[in-house]
Design a protein around this ligand. Structure first.
Ligand code: ADP
Length: 210
């Protein structure tokens, strides 16, 4: 079972690429969604985050309000580090559980971890050895990402701030086994994902079968 870390800057087309990998037969795990789950009531990181940030991040029902957490950490590396010190081990533990189950089931040939945060931290790197062993990066120039993000409801200012808070293209590229440049049409993106899929599944069959 090959585990692929799929990442890209916001608006680059990572989720669209993940969807195509899914159509081609990959099991796609939405790591950003696991990040939301661990903060939900009863989630693995709920109490740790409340302990670290205090009651001001709770909503009227006593649940973690992710927007309040985001407001506390945005542009404050020390607070972001405090959040990640609790949330990332929790996300990795859940990821490990899911990957172990998939490995035991023996059906998945390729698992794609759809994760915005890869180059920035140890997310997806698991002590069990079950984490990603291959990185695919989706990239697009900022002037192409900006209108996509505005279409999605962000202001230009918000979009620029989000892009600036993430790893740079260079940092992601340094980790990449495959780079998909998504500055053309959606059809070109699909063709590029298909090309990478062929390399992942045919180019190194022993690795892909695990
Ligand atoms: P990410 O997950 O990297 O933030 P998405 O895959 O959600 O990015 O893509 C951002 C937006 O851009 C989406 O609305 C998507 O449909 C659109 N998009 C992605 N690739 C292309 C492309 N090649 N041409 C036009 N629009 C695209």
């Amino acid at each position: 079972m090959l585990v692929v870390g799929l990442t890209g800057g916001i608006g680059a087309g990572k989720s669209t690429a993940a969807g195509r990998f899914g159509e081609l037969g990959a099991v796609v795990i939405d790591v950003d969604a696991i990040g939301r789950e661990v903060l939900a009531p009863g989630g693995r990181a709920e109490q740790g985050v409340i302990d670290a940030f205090g009651p001001e991040i709770l909503d009227d029902h006593g649940r973690i309000d992710r927007a309040k957490v985001a407001a506390q950490v945005f542009g404050r590396p020390d607070r972001l580090a405090a959040l990640e010190a609790v949330s990332h081990p929790a996300i990795n533990a859940e990821l490990d559980r899911r990957l172990q189950r998939l490995a035991e089931e023996g059906q998945a040939q390729v698992v794609v971890l759809d994760m915005a945060v890869l180059a920035e931290s140890r997310l997806g790197q698991l002590e069990s050895g079950r984490g990603y062993t291959c990185v695919v990066v989706v990239e697009a120039a900022e002037h192409i990402r900006l209108p996509r993000l505005i279409e999605r409801g962000l202001t230009a200012e918000q979009a620029r701030a989000r892009m600036a808070s993430q790893a740079t293209d260079g940092q992601r590229r340094a980790l990449a086994d495959h780079v998909i440049v998504n500055d053309g049409s959606p059809q070109e993106l699909v063709a590029d994902v298909d090309r990478v899929w062929a390399a992942l599944t045919e180019g190194s069959p022993a690795r892909a079968r695990g």
